[in-house]
Ligand binder design. Structure first.
Ligand code: GLU
Length: 398
């Protein structure tokens, strides 16, 4: 090791202790606590990871269902993780609403949060607000590796930086020569910390926007994007992780093999890949689901939480659609060969359908109320009279 090498090691260790001296655990402790799952071949671990910020949207149910089907197809595990790091946006009963929404439609949770302060599984806690120590431990290890540093820039300072970037017509963000705190000396960092100045922890990005990353999205196909070169925030000034950092740590420790989520996250994949690599984690497989659309006046738009009552899953419960019908209809949107399969197997259980994630359409499915009603009619028509009576009674009671 060169003299500089020794010095850097010492510097990283000192900085890690200065920032997170209270953290006594190391990543190896968590690796031991959450060992690799012993899965049979082809078994997949998937997760639905909503934030409890509103009612369960039909798009959320759709994504959760695809996750569940993927896990079920190979005898894997479907887990529910609650991403509640943004306390300001959280709503009362948000978690119970999500769980109820999933259960109402028969999307059973194999592992994770299953009720108020109730969890099942060996990879928890499954609620991010209870995982603070874990994130801080991995954050500390990144500082030890020289891959993260504290940033003391104020909101005003960042605003100023952004307007300068605008004037210079360059990409906005904290990177390269704009990243003021990237090259502070240990003495400067120590003085700022001792003076009680708030700081966020940033990734020391090794990416270059002129290089490209390529990944195979199971639904969308091959995607190529510039590498992430931003020194993104890992921990906010209150020590709470950003979504990006928590995603990497959680999906690694929980053993997620397939990250199936809404396609609004595609743009963040370069950040996520950079984080998985920085932390030394294996990158999971990604599958990005398109939003559910609504046809209106000859054009298509996303189903909207504000405008469309059918965007909330509770709408279907209230209007008496059996959960089986909603699932049956969603299956027709999920795999286009479902209807043919159903015609050939009118009596088969939905779970017997050979679901294939790769067969999902890369573009957004249109939600068609008439079609749902029609599918529902078929589902009800093969129920026994007793079943119809029981379900109607239960619905009327509620
Ligand atoms: N909490 C994120 C959301 O609600 C989850 C994204 C993900 O599944 O990775 O959109």
């Amino acid at each position: 090791m060169t003299f500089t090498g020794v010095f850097e090691l010492d510097y990283n260790e000192r900085l890690a202790d200065l920032l997170y001296g209270d953290i006594k655990t190391a990543p190896e402790d968590y690796e031991r606590m959450y060992p690799r799952r012993s899965l049979t071949e082809g078994a997949r671990v998937t997760r639905f990871a909503p934030s409890p910020t509103g009612f369960l949207h039909i798009g959320g149910l759709f994504t959760a269902f695809v996750n569940k089907l993927t896990a079920m197809a190979g005898g894997g595990v479907f887990l529910l993780r609650i991403e509640d790091t943004d306390k300001k946006r959280e709503i009362t009963d948000g978690v119970s609403e999500i769980i109820k929404g999933l259960l109402d439609f028969g999307v059973e949770i194999d592992e994770g949060v299953i009720g108020f302060e109730k969890e099942k599984g060996n990879y928890g806690p499954y609620q991010q607000s209870r995982r603070g120590e874990i994130y801080r431990c991995y954050a500390k290890s990144l500082v030890q590796k020289g891959l993260a540093y504290p940033c003391f820039c104020s909101e005003n300072g960042l605003e100023e930086m952004r307007s300068k970037q605008e004037q210079c017509n360059v990409n906005k963000g904290y990177y390269g020569k704009w990243a003021k705190c990237r090259n502070l000396t240990y003495e400067q960092q120590e003085a700022a910390v001792r003076a009680g100045r708030p700081f966020v922890l940033r990734l020391r990005s090794e990416g270059d926007e002129n290089r490209r990353i390529v990944f195979d999205d199971i639904i969308k196909g091959k995607i190529e994007m510039p590498e992430n070169n931003m020194d993104i925030v890992l921990l906010k000034s209150d020590g709470i992780p950003t979504y990006h950092f928590a995603h990497a740590v959680d999906d690694h420790l929980m053993g997620t093999t397939h990250v199936i989520r809404s396609d609004e996250w595609i743009a963040s994949v370069p950040i996520h890949i950079a984080l998985f690599k920085a932390c030394g984690f294996r990158v999971p497989k990604y599958a990005h689901v398109s939003p559910i659309m609504k046809e209106e006046g000859g054009s298509k738009r996303k189903l909207s939480k504000r405008k469309d009552p059918e965007a909330a899953v509770s709408y279907f419960v209230e209007n008496g659609f059996p959960s089986q019908s909603v699932r049956e209809y969603l299956l027709t949107l999920i795999n286009s060969n479902y209807e043919d399969w159903r015609r050939a197997n009118p009596k088969a259980q939905q779970s017997e359908f050979p679901f294939n994630l790769k067969k999902m359409s890369p573009s957004g499915a249109v939600f068609d109320m008439l079609k749902l009603t029609d599918v529902s009619k078929n589902v009800i028509s093969v129920m026994t009279a007793d079943e119809v009576f029981e379900k109607s009674l239960a619905w009327a009671r509620e």
